[in-house]
Design a protein around this ligand. Structure first.
Ligand code: NOJ
Length: 738
């Protein structure tokens, strides 16, 4: 675990100056409050990097051209660290800081990659954000300052593509300044050469075609595989605590799984992905994703223009859900985002939110890890769709107290918005103008962040609806005897009176945890026949009340495990309550795991050396045993293996899957969720699929055909055998007569 050692070292060097060194464990992120920053638009802390020589002319000192660099940088974020700590933020997610293309797009208006999504070198830092040598210095200083303030750092990592093929750089990639290849000089086949994606429901296109005009990297090319994984590791070495994985629907799930495994094999981390859901119905706001970042050629913009983000009925939603459940990556919660914008931003009933939360609780193994947000850099800011601060406060309160990890888009706490063109990209990325700490939104986030740290019902608890109407939503979070009850009324004028509301809060009187900040009130809880209830509750117009009880006793209870799988030796973090001050044991099935560290609320252990499979993990102390949580012990480190089969015949609605003998291959499962697939169809009679397979193992596998309704319609008569390489990437090419 060289990575962990390095990280400890980084922290302890930093810790020399530190008041409150950050806890290095990142795999349990449920207690965090994330703050999303577009580096260029936050704060200019170093004027010397505004117009660097290698990419001169991409900076607009007047900040009138919304597609130019405006001067924000890593030093600027560092200088605003106490503002962030005061807000209650415990993690920052920064836009991609890596070196981006240096030239303007030739054929169109001025555009600059100020957003960071057009990488040219994944291993150096962009000169506009750091210094003209593309060194890591400003990045290291930022991480050190953040950790000193108890704030973790998440980087946005975009391995799907490099820059646009429509600039003179032509998607060129460098490894610490050394040229690797470009899209038009691709002798080593580092890129896929397909048209731009035109059908967002075609799995092969989504994964293998260019996203707009961005050079689509072939992650299964052994050089690219090693390069991208080494780049992620470089960030880990420089102390980052997590990754936001850009555009994961455009990567193969098999390769993504190996990236996740590579990151966790190096050190612990928190990973969440952007699986953009779309293609459902017309967006009344004309969401300008395609023009986003302003590099996409005309014509392609129509592709996403009429789509509406974040709907559970997106045909690829099940793929997103399976990826999260299988890899342990969390996802940005687009369905909840859509529902919240409908409920608070227009007139939808609270049932829209409630139904998303209910389906996600069924669909996701770790629904408490989903990252919830109101706005981001691809959507119009909330106040651009609804100019009403009360509604923004209510949405914020929901994000901060509902199940999942909250993520606040920079400036929300300052009511920052620009409504040009409906506030869509790039007008959703204004420069931060105020760093006042007095706004209601700032206070609200601060208070609810402390609640998150002080009451485990928020990070770990289940979520139960207690009462709901079109305008009022009352829900309860409970974990290990701790309770938080929240009542929101979004109606501007009418109060709602509720008689006899059941709760699990113990009998007593509770003041509003927000101290009336959002006109909340106190309650008294009574009890009869073992049932606790509030006799008479009036929920005032446009109010949010939060009542809470933090239990301080009870047996061990697990609320979180991260990662959700790993080979023997991979570090595992378990979060929860009442583990005890002195170590007991953590058992994977019947096997105790080696303990790395132990506290009453958090245990770190390593995956024991046991046979691959799915295990129930429990914590035991003082003869008390906790609840169970699942963990998959892998056979070995994961390596991407691409299977190609020819001579395949399927009828519409039938799909080829792979199933095999190890846990990685589904242990001969024959279901959509258990087997590996579906294989994708580049051409009529062939199928392709990248699978994450255990290194150096001889695996046995076969092909099956599963219909859309789940029925197995065919099983290959023959088992195949293949020895997975110890490292790099593997290829299997077979003829399939069926
Ligand atoms: C999604 C990002 O959020 C968006 O801003 C970016 O342009 C695309 N991925 C491509 O990287």
């Amino acid at each position: 675990m060289l990575g962990c050692l390095t990280k400890v070292l980084v922290i302890s060097l930093v810790g020399f100056f530190s008041l409150r060194p950050v806890e290095i464990v990142a795999a349990d992120f449920k207690q965090e409050v994330i703050y999303q920053i577009v580096i260029d638009r936050f704060y200019d802390g170093d004027a010397s990097n505004n117009d660097p020589p290698q990419s001169a002319g991409l900076y607009d000192p007047e900040r009138k051209n919304w597609r130019a660099y405006w001067g924000g940088d890593l030093a600027g974020i560092q200088q605003r660290m106490s503002y962030l700590a005061g807000l209650g933020v415990t993690a920052i997610w920064i836009s991609p800081p890596v070196d981006n293309v240096n030239v303007r797009k030739t054929s169109e208006d001025f555009v600059a990659p100020y957003h960071g999504y057009h990488a040219r070198d994944f291993k150096t830092i962009e000169e506009h954000f750091g210094d003209a040598s593309n060194s890591w210095k400003a990045f290291d200083d930022l991480v050190a300052a953040a950790h000193q303030s108890g704030i973790k750092v998440i980087v946005d990592f975009a391995p799907n593509h490099s820059g646009p093929i429509t600039t003179d750089e032509n998607g060129a990639l460098y490894d610490r300044g050394v040229f690797l290849g470009s899209y038009d000089q691709d002798v080593n086949k580092y890129f896929h050469h397909n048209p731009s994606l035109s059908d967002a429901n075609d799995r092969y296109q989504v994964q293998y075609y260019n996203l707009f005009d961005l050079a689509d990297i072939d992650q299964e090319n052994p050089v690219m595989d090693a390069y991208l994984k080494a780049a992620a590791q470089e960030f880990q070495r420089h102390g980052v605590d997590g990754f936001r994985l850009d555009g994961i629907k455009h990567l193969t799930a098999g390769w993504t799984d190996t990236l996740v495994n590579s990151i966790f094999s190096f050190g612990d981390s928190f990973l969440f992905g952007e699986w953009y859901l779309e293609n459902v119905y017309e967006n009344p706001l004309v969401w300008d994703y395609a023009l986003g970042n302003s590099i996409y050629s005309l014509g392609k913009e129509t592709l996403f223009r009429e789509s509406y983000p974040g709907n559970i009925s997106d045909p690829l939603y099940p793929d997103a859900q399976r990826l999260a459940n299988r890899t342990g990556i969390s996802l940005l919660n687009f369905p909840l985002n859509t529902a919240m914008r409908d409920v608070f931003g227009s007139d939808a009933d609270f049932s829209a939110i409630d139904s998303v939360l209910t389906s996600e609780a069924e669909d996701f193994t770790s629904d408490g890890d989903l990252v919830n947000f109101i706005d981001n850099h691809d959507l119009p800011r909330f106040l651009s769709i609804k100019a009403n601060n009360n509604r923004l406060h209510q949405a914020l309160a929901l994000v901060m107290t509902s199940r999942g990890i909250p993520c606040i888009y920079y400036g929300t706490e300052q009511y920052l918005h620009n409504d040009t063109q409906g506030g869509s990209d790039p007008y959703n990325r204004p420069m931060m103008t105020s760093f006042e700490t007095t706004s209601t939104a700032y206070q609200l986030i601060n208070k609810l962040s402390s609640l998150r740290h002080n009451n485990p019902a928020i990070p770990y608890g289940s979520m139960t609806r207690r009462w709901m109407s079109g305008d009022v939503y009352i829900y309860e979070r409970t974990f290990s005897g701790s309770v938080v009850l929240v009542a929101i009324n979004k109606n501007e004028t009418s109060a709602t009176r509720i008689q006899h509301l059941n709760t699990t809060l113990p009998p007593g009187t509770y003041s509003d945890y927000l101290g009336g900040l959002l006109t909340g009130s106190a309650i008294t809880v009574g009890s009869e026949n073992g049932q606790n209830w509030i006799a008479d509750l009036t929920v005032a117009p446009h109010s949010v009340s939060v009542w809470q009880f933090a239990a301080d006793q009870g047996g061990p209870e697990i609320g979180s495990i991260g990662p959700i799988k790993g080979q023997p030796g991979v570090r595992v973090t378990i979060g929860g309550r009442n583990f005890g001050a002195t170590p007991g044991s953590v058992n994977f099935g019947a096997t105790p795991a080696p303990i790395v560290s132990w506290s009453p609320t958090r245990i770190v252990c390593t995956t024991p050396s046991i046979e691959n499979g799915i295990y129930e993990v429990t914590v035991a102390n003082w003869n008390q045993v906790s609840n169970r949580i699942q963990y998959t012990v892998l056979t070995a480190k994961l390596v991407p293996v691409t299977f190609t089969v020819h001579n395949v015949a399927t009828r519409p609605g039938e799909y080829i899957f792979i199933t095999g003998n190890t846990v990685e291959l589904g242990r001969w499962a024959e279901t959509w969720d258990g087997a590996i697939g579906p294989m994708l169809s580049p051409q009529y009679s062939s199928r392709v699929l990248t699978v994450s397979a255990p290194a150096s193992q001889t695996i046995r596998f076969k092909f099956i055909k599963i219909a859309a309704n789940g029925t197995v319609t065919w099983r290959a008569s023959q088992d195949h055998e293949y020895t997975v390489p110890a490292s790099g990437t593997g290829q299997v090419d077979l003829n399939l007569q069926n």
